[in-house]
Design a protein around this ligand. Sequence first.
Ligand code: RNT
Ligand code: ZN
Length: 419
Amino acid sequence: MNTEQVSNRYAEASERYKERGVDVEKALEKLQSVKISMHCWQGDDVIGFLNPDGELSGGIMSTGDYVGRARNPEELRQDIDKALSLIPGKHKLNLHAMYVDTDEVIDLNEIEPRHFEKWVGWAKENGLGLDFNPTFFNHKMFKDGYTLAHPDKKVRDFWIEHGKRSRKIAEYFGKELDQVSFNNFWVPDGMKDNPIDRLSPRKRLMESYDEIFEDNVNPEYTIDTVESKLFGIGAEAYTVGSHEFYMGYGISRNKTILMDAGHYHPTEVISNKISSLALFSDQLMLHVSRPVRWDSDHVVIMDDELQEIMKEIVRNDLLDRTAIGLDFFDATINRIAAWVVGVRNAQKALLKALLEPIEELKEAELAFDFTKRLVYTEEMKDLPFGDIWNYFCMKNNVPVGLDWYDDVKAYEQEVLSNR
Ligand code: RNT
Ligand code: ZN
């Protein structure tokens, strides 16, 4: 499609939405302002640069050996640049501590802001924000299935130090880039088989966190988030940091609760949790991921749950209070395509949610007019949403429709296949 066709279709589509009382321009303005936190770890299968020959541990798994895994920070940034050039808008990169960029030989309990200076320089050049995560896996101190909940204080102390340092780095990101950096704590701690004592590890985890969070950091620059999980590989029977653990911890300690779409029972959805959490917490963060039968971290597609998540955020006016991050890792496909599909889908689902006649639907519901509610929401599905999305891409100078795929293929031939 050429520019004129895209514009014409946009004009027509806008009319259709207008008939339903939807202000398309306003929706696009909103969409433009939303930053998605794109996770760096799709680019190298969650290996990192601290221990490049190491294996992924912590009960998560990436499978596949597609050509072109990024092996160092330069390659990873080059790949991220490529992906971002195909995604409309300005976003954030979500870094893990193990993605340090330094010539010094350092360990997780020694990281400092200067080990991330290159990432910050790159983010500044590209007008991006940075989020952060301490890394509680891929390391020899992840012992006996435990980190912060380990019975041995020496093991806990190693990780407590790491956690403390991660907060200084996130604070530095926020200050340098003049926008808040979310710093997410997730630990894999758990047991393969049924424990005798479920309480003590949880108490240790709570006390370790309390120590980590003792230090003051500037809330304008960084916000701590805590991520729960149902189970991991090797922690099938018991995961210390469960949903209830972090609900209690987050609410009582004023920490932001992060919900990952893959971290609940298979029929349990985070879309139905957002509204409850929003009543008790000012800030929310999500890991938008796609579980397939279990916490499998598949690339995010335009499925019902993705759309439901975005609808919940938009209908309840929570966009300004909800940080949206992505979390998946698929090594069986082109990794840049994985990012582009995932981020673009998150944005598309958000746009769909923004293109609803929300007030009218709420009124119908309040008047118990469930017929109208059903009829309208079903008919809305047929409106030419794709024409609005294409126009948004064009306005942002990124490829429209399938055009981006050729770009990724060319990059694979020129760059990735030579690695
Ligand atoms: C693991 C969590 C966590 C990780 C990243 C790499 O189950 O979802 O968010 O995926 O920290
Ligand atoms: Zn996650």
